[in-house]
Ligand binder design. Structure first.
Ligand code: ADP
Ligand code: MG
Length: 706
């Protein structure tokens, strides 16, 4: 086999599958798997293996997989944990390339389970064999009528066939997504569950779906990523291939993150970093699994919204009013219709009605049917409209209207989200849309997610991907890093890194005695600032180790005495390097810039409102390093404080260029240092009318290998 994708192609489109632990009892895993294989009409060879049976579901069984004597593309092992090692050895001996292990109770139970899981991987490796699972529910491929799963969803559901590829860490979530897809008209190229990802992991299946021609969108349910950089590299390939990559990631709450450990032994990681990574990678992050399928289905049908303008219409005046509110609340934009559209619409509806969102209800009967459809056609043709939103309410001639809406949507190719607000009453209209292959949703929340995703995907496909050129100063950063100690850095040490990257920092002198401090103050010019320099001291001002606005020599002497006394009181056993005498900066607004090393995604930078505002307003934005000036500006623009920096209500605009430049430079420090810089906080950075200056910095460095 030349690659994992080739191996998975054979496993997911197999000519022969084996079920080890096959049973006639559908109450057992091995019984259900057999039942679903047969029930869904898999046309390839089914090989039941069970030492105690001669025939299962009318198919001759083997005592051992080693006796089959013909190539098996994939084997599913439905066995208690203690029998797995021996069964895997036999699969290896029979040269089975890929095994699915549905058995649970491995790494998710803790260390002992993790050791047993590692043993399975070791056996597989020794035979050059790959594993899916354990603790998964197998996979389905509707295109070859293959249901290799024990999921009870397959007992009642037909397999919805389509072009969405799904890889899910959770088995029962796959079941719900299949069931939802069957109801909503979506369909799959394949659905794979990966459970604990002991060997093959989510990224392997993304890679498979990337190469699979029947897959046009890829959905993932992620509890923990094995390899963040690989995921992002694949996301970039998905973008290039025009296959949207969607993800629901568990762990946005502490409780959720905790549950991923006991569910699939997954480390959820920081959710804020995930969101930043997903955004920089063009991954469409969604908060609801079933809705993710709706979104993917929509994108496979219509592709991205070419611009963010939404045009909404409904035959219900009340519904369209609420729709306007909800679109606004979701932060979506209403399209500014072009004059030709406005003019044509004003011939259809009474002059008192606004044109977007548009109420097409209550028009004279004959006109009513066609007006609702004519309006859609006009909106679809309007170049300012990126996406049309039709909110279906009960109305005369509903079936006819909905059919035309669906047909026009598909014929025009303009992304069109159709929402049914009534319940079963309008099931026949839903059926009509399913028949013509037009996506729809049944809840406003889902419709808004679909619209948001289509708009976001529009941005993703137009994302510019200039390889950021490493600036010349990274050699200086390297040199400075090599001279710094490992562990917590003092303010002057942390600032030396900033200086190396060309960031502007306060002029300052490290003084080891009071006379030197006074001399330094004279040289710098009053007023000055005096701060303790002590490695153990993290929040200097908390213990009175920062003295601001010192106006003369006496003030410096008093401040020196106080600072020394305060540090001695709070950190009696710590060594002090002395005090730093700094120029006293004034004017402007304080912000925080920072960087973190994230074990999953690498160097991350953050910016936020400075001082206490950072905690009170939680005004922070993150992105993966490095950042070009455009990326840095985009990040800063997400801050609530941005309009204040940009100058509101007669306040002067501050030097946003300098701030953007500082953030970009800081991102290169983080990127260059990698795991050697665990965290860096520049708090505050003073943003002035001309220039910015770092007033304080702290950092923790780590060994190169961590
Ligand atoms: P820490 O964060 O360790 O408590 P800082 O060095 O950030 O100590 O000082 C606390 C506050 O004092 C800063 O947030 C800033 O408002 C102010 N400050 C610090 N250094 C200067 C300076 N050189 N010029 C003006 N103000 C300063
Ligand atoms: Mg500070």
């Amino acid at each position: 086999m030349s690659s994992v994708a080739d191996l998975l192609r054979a496993a997911i489109n197999p000519r022969a599958v084996a079920v080890v632990g096959a049973s006639a009892d559908v109450g057992k895993f091995g019984g259900r798997v057999m039942q679903f294989l047969v029930k869904h009409g898999y046309p390839g060879r089914i090989v039941p293996v069970n030492p105690g049976a001669t025939c299962v579901f009318g198919i001759p069984a083997y005592k051992s997989i080693t006796e089959v004597g013909a190539a098996i593309d994939v084997a599913l092992l439905a066995l208690p944990a203690q029998h797995l090692p021996a069964a895997l050895e036999q699969c290896g001996a029979a040269e089975v390339p890929c095994c699915v292990i549905i058995t649970a109770d491995f790494a998710e139970l803790g260390d002992e389970g993790a050791a047993r899981e590692a043993e399975l991987v070791r056996i597989a490796r020794s035979h050059d064999m790959r594993l899916i699972g354990p603790n998964c529910l197998g996979f389905i491929n509707p295109h070859v009528k293959l249901a290799l799963t024990s999921s009870v969803a397959l007992a009642v559901e037909p397999m919805p066939k389509g072009s969405v590829g799904l890889v899910s860490q959770s088995g029962s979530m796959m079941a719900s997504m299949i069931s939802h897809a069957a109801d909503s008209g979506a369909g799959f190229s394949a659905c794979v569950t990966v459970g604990n990802q002991a060997d093959l992991e989510i990224c392997d299946f993304i890679e498979y779906f990337l190469q699979d021609d029947t897959t046009h969108a890829i959905c993932t349910y992620i509890e923990g990523l094995k390899n963040g950089p690989r995921f992002l590299a694949l996301a970039e390939r998905c973008r290039e291939a025009g296959k949207p990559l969607l993800a629901v990631k568990a762990g946005s709450s502490d409780a959720g993150a905790h549950l991923t450990r006991s569910h699939t032994a997954s480390f959820a990681g920081s959710h804020a970093v995930w969101q930043a990574a997903a955004q920089s990678g063009g991954v469409l992050a969604i908060d609801d699994p079933e809705s993710m399928i709706d979104c993917a289905h929509f994108l496979t049908r219509f592709g991205p919204a070419r611009n963010a303008g939404v045009a909404a219409l409904s035959p219900s005046g009340g519904t369209i009013a609420v729709t306007a509110d909800r679109l606004y609340g979701a932060g979506l934009e209403l399209a500014e219709l072009v004059p030709a559209t406005r003019e044509a619409l004003s011939r259809i509806v009474p002059p008192t009605r606004p044109l977007n969102p548009l109420d097409v209800g209550g028009l004279p009967r004959e006109q009513g049917v066609s007006a609702a459809n004519d309006a859609q056609a006009l909106l679809s043709n309007d170049p300012s409209v990126g996406i049309v939103f039709i909110v279906v309410a009960t109305t005369p001639h509903l079936d006819e209207k909905v059919r035309k809406w669906g047909e026009t949507a598909i014929a025009s190719g303009k992304p069109t989200a159709i929402l049914f607000t009534p319940g079963r009453l309008v099931d026949s209209a839903r059926k009509t849309l399913r028949e013509i292959g037009c996506p729809y949703t049944d809840r406003m929340d889902d419709a808004l997610r679909v619209i948001r995703t289509a708009v976001d995907y529009g941005r993703v496909v137009s994302m510019r991907r200039g390889e950021a050129q490493p600036p010349a100063f990274i050699a200086v950063i390297e040199k400075q890093l090599s001279q710094l100690p490992i562990g917590r850095l003092t303010e002057p040490e942390a600032k030396s890194l900033l200086r190396a990257a060309g960031l502007s920092v306060t002029s300052e002198v490290l003084a080891t005695n009071v006379e030197d401090a006074v001399a330094a103050a004279t040289r710098l010019g009053y007023p000055v600032v005096l701060k303790a320099v002590c490695r153990e001291l993290v929040h200097k001002s908390d213990i009175g180790a920062v003295k601001l606005g010192l106006l003369d020599e006496d003030a410096v002497r008093n401040a020196w005495r106080d600072v020394i006394a305060n540090v001695a009181q709070h950190f009696p056993r710590s060594r002090m390097d002395g005090c730093v005498v700094q120029e006293m900066a004034a004017g402007g607004i304080e912000v925080i810039l920072g960087a973190r090393w994230d074990p999953q995604f690498g160097a991350v930078v953050m910016a936020g409102a400075g001082g206490i505002l950072v905690e009170v307003m939680s005004d922070v934005a993150l992105a993966l390093a490095p950042l070009g000036p455009d990326d840095a500006r985009t990040l800063l623009q997400k801050l609530k404080i941005w309009p204040v920096l940009a100058g509101t209500r007669g306040r002067p605009a501050l030097d946003l260029e300098a701030l953007t430049e500082a953030l970009a430079r800081l991102s290169w420090i983080a990127h260059t240092a990698g795991a050697r810089l665990l965290e860096l906080d520049v708090n505050p950075v003073l943003v002035k009318q001309h220039g910015v200056v770092a007033l304080d910095a702290r950092a923790t460095t780590g060994p190169a290998s961590s």
